[in-house]
Design a protein around this ligand. Structure first.
Ligand SMILES: Cc1ncc(COP(=O)(O)O)c(C=O)c1O
Length: 717
């Protein structure tokens, strides 16, 4: 197959090649680049492509390391002797065909690196040449070239070497890195990191590497848009003005301030637990807590759901305790495993409430039942649920007793017998209850936390290296997260609207037979079922529709279950939702991706199209909870409309900081810099009820074109 026909094969899947005429491609692939003669003009362009660029970068390193590893492992002279080759005196490496090939490859690698680094209009100049890197890795040919370059540079007027090549003497580290990366490419698990800059004044819009290139973000975990809520930003500005940026130390040394302590009190109250402890992220919270618990509890055994997050897996591994896996959400399997251990053995069941890649929800109540029966402690990760479920946003455990929790308001006392109270009960002695949450997702900040009994929290604070030996979060970040928690605790509207919008997008996908992994949560996993196709779909959405949805591949999901994981927020407009669905539909057609009917014919996959499976699940938020029955659901935004900021929640969030920052009133001050042409995106409003109309016995808000599905027949009034 000639070069061009191999390229045109990719026209269908590559947005860049797809747009270019075949005649142009032919010219580019046959012409040498004027600036990098060892490359074709097309290869030079490919170094700028977000897909090909990183691949070529890896390839160029492979070329270098390939030669370097040969040179490092064998004595080239010895090979020459063995082959009966006796270079004449004074012969240079250039006379050897092997060496020449290596040199040409090295030049090409140099050129690839230089082309990738070159900015438009600037002169080609590799920062650290591949030749030097290879020389450092022990390649004699590159060493010679590097030596020549050094000599030439020494003769030049003002040489400032950017990198000093050291002769390689031992293990070939670079080659090791390249081999490890190659494994990732081979099994399609190599991760591509897009440059996405979410704009505070244009949520959910971001710019890419180019400031002028704006795209819609449909996969962020800033699930409610709290990352730029005006009362959060105002609080952060005020805190920054008063306390500066960094925390100044670890929690134990100079980094334990009133902001940290009051946030912990707030989180304890949110979960109606005695105490809480904040970590620099929830990854760290999980790792530190599980590794500490498992290593301290004598003979502890972990029972871990197979879909648990990497941070929990790492924590359990680091503890050195035994880990028994149970099938995802499978109570029978869990019980059969729990039974095998005596009641006295310390056991911890580690699981999640919302599994973020498939959208399933853990059977919290039933796991608590088993934990009680078999004397286990339950460790519940509510990372993808806090802020999003429950009347105050405390998570799924709170949501399961929605009315009772709502009625209890801000009381710090646990509601006896409620699921939130039962989470993490250890046998029949005193209650020790733990919940894990993050500030980094629905609360739009960063940081993780645990909440539980005073002694449990103090034990982790006193023993967990991941808590003790790291700089604590900056006060402004902590204050922003705190304002966000308070705001969401007192305003349910964002949670309601999010669920309404999620329902709407799922409904539109279902209409077009686009396969969504069924689940009761806010996650919308669109099944693609192939790594390359999922990546191509994501790239096409970005390049052709200005829509950013990251593809999710192995090992985050099983091979063959690759998907586009879509997250909808209360701030996406109806027009944006329609645009997303139609773009996905178009791309499914263009790339020939399986629809639901195709999965049904194929016997189903990842819960999609299974003969005995469910096509849709009852959402966690019922019609009453989303406010469809009493008309309290905020309306879905239309393009040009301002998002609503709840006045009462703003008041409460501001009030929390009065003792430290002084009282504040008047308009919200979300920004401190004057930006030309900036328009406020959000408007502060007191709560409103939409007039209701009657449809088939149930009431829905009366507003034309609001995407609210009619209440389901199962809705309770
Ligand atoms: C279930 C789960 N737990 C913990 C974490 C880590 O949270 P953080 O991003 O706050 O470190 C994640 C991150 O995605 C997660 O999905």
């Amino acid at each position: 197959m000639d070069k061009l026909s191999s390229l045109t094969r990719f026209k269908k899947s590559c947005p860049y090649l797809g747009k270019t005429k075949t005649s142009t491609l032919r010219n580019l692939s046959t012409a040498s680049s004027p600036r990098f003669p060892s490359l074709s003009a097309l290869t030079e362009r490919a170094t700028k492509c977000p897909v090909m660029g990183p691949a070529l970068n890896v390839r160029s390193k492979e070329i270098v390391a390939g030669y370097a590893s040969v040179a490092a492992n064998v004595d080239v002279d010895k090979i020459h002797k063995e082959k009966g080759v006796f270079p004449p005196p004074g012969a240079t490496v250039a006379m050897c065909p092997h060496a020449s090939a290596a040199r040409a490859a090295a030049v090409m690698a140099d050129d690839l690196a230089a082309a990738a680094a070159a900015k438009k209009g600037s002169k080609a100049k590799p920062a650290v040449s591949e030749t030097e890197a290879a020389a450092a890795a022990g390649c004699p040919f590159h060493a010679k070239a590097a030596e020549d370059a050094r000599k030439a540079a020494a003769a030049a007027p003002a040489p400032v070497p950017s990198h000093k090549a050291k002769p390689h003497t031992g293990y070939n580290y670079e080659s090791f890195y390249v081999n490890e990366l190659e494994k990732k490419h081979q099994d399609s698990s190599y991760r591509y990191f897009n440059n996405i800059n979410r704009l505070a004044a244009k949520f959910p819009i971001a710019h890419t590497a180019s400031v002028k290139d704006e795209v819609e973000v449909w996969c962020a975990n800033d699930y409610l848009g709290m990352g730029n809520n005006p009362v959060v930003l105002e609080t952060m500005h005020r805190t920054l003005d008063k306390y500066g940026h960094g925390a100044g130390g670890t929690r134990n040394i100079a980094g334990n301030g009133a902001m940290h302590l009051s946030l912990e009190q707030e989180l304890a109250n949110l979960h109606r637990k005695e105490a809480a402890l904040v970590f620099s992220s929830c990854y760290v919270a999980n790792d530190a807590t599980l590794s500490t618990l498992g290593s301290k509890l004598p003979g502890c055994v972990y029972f871990s759901d197979t879909m648990n997050h990497a941070s929990m897996i790492q924590g359990m591994r680091h503890s050195g305790a035994k880990r028994v896996l149970f099938k995802h959400n499978d109570l029978e399997d869990l019980e059969s495993k729990l039974k095998q251990y005596p009641k006295e053995t310390p056991k911890i069941i580690a699981f999640e409430s919302v599994y973020s890649m498939c959208g399933s929800i853990g059977p919290i109540k039933e796991i608590c039942d088993l934990a009680e029966q078999y004397g286990a402690l339950t460790f519940l990760d509510e990372v993808h649920a806090v802020g999003l479920y429950g009347p105050r946003g405390a998570g799924v455990a709170e949501h399961l007793d929605y009315d009772a929790q709502a009625a209890a308001g801000d009381s710090p006392d646990p509601i006896k017998g409620s699921v939130m109270d039962r989470v993490d009960i250890i046998t029949d002695t005193s209650d020790r209850k733990t919940v894990i949450g993050t500030l980094g997702k629905a609360y739009g900040a960063v940081g993780g936390y645990i909440a539980g009994s005073v002694d449990f929290v103090d034990m982790i604070r006193s023993y967990a290296p991941g808590f003790i030996f790291t700089t604590s979060l900056p006060p402004a970040t902590v204050a922003g997260a705190h304002a966000s928690v308070v705001y969401q605790k007192s305003y349910v509207g964002d949670r309601q609207l999010k669920q309404v919008n999620v329902r709407e997008v799922k409904r539109r996908f279902a209409e077009l037979d686009i396969p969504v992994v069924p689940g009761p949560s806010h996650i919308i996993p669109v099944l693609v079922g192939d790594a390359a196709l999922a990546k191509a779909a994501s790239d096409k959405l970005l390049a052709e529709h200005d829509i950013y949805v990251q593809s999710i591949n192995y090992p985050t999901v099983a091979r063959g279950e690759e998907r586009l994981r879509i997250t909808v927020t209360p701030r996406h407009t109806l027009e944006q939702m329609k645009g997303l669905v139609s773009a996905v539909d178009q791309i499914f057609t263009e790339l020939g991706i399986n629809r639901l009917k195709d999965w049904k014919l194929a016997g189903g996959r990842a819960g999609v199209g299974l003969a005995d499976g469910v096509e849709d699940m009852e959402p966690m938020w019922n019609d009453k909870q989303v406010g469809l029955l009493d008309g309290t659901t905020p309306p879905t935004l239309r393009n040009g409309e301002k998002a609503i900021v709840d006045a009462d929640a703003v008041f409460k969030a501001r009030a929390v900081f009065n003792p430290l920052l002084g009282p504040i009133s008047g308009p919200l001050q979300a920004t401190r810099t004057v930006q030309a042409g900036r328009k406020e995106e959000m408007v502060v409003q007191t709560r409103q009820k939409l007039p209701l109309m009657k449809t088939g016995g149930a009431s829905v808000p009366l507003r034309e074109d609001i995407p609210v599905p009619p209440p389901s027949v199962t809705a309770s009034a």
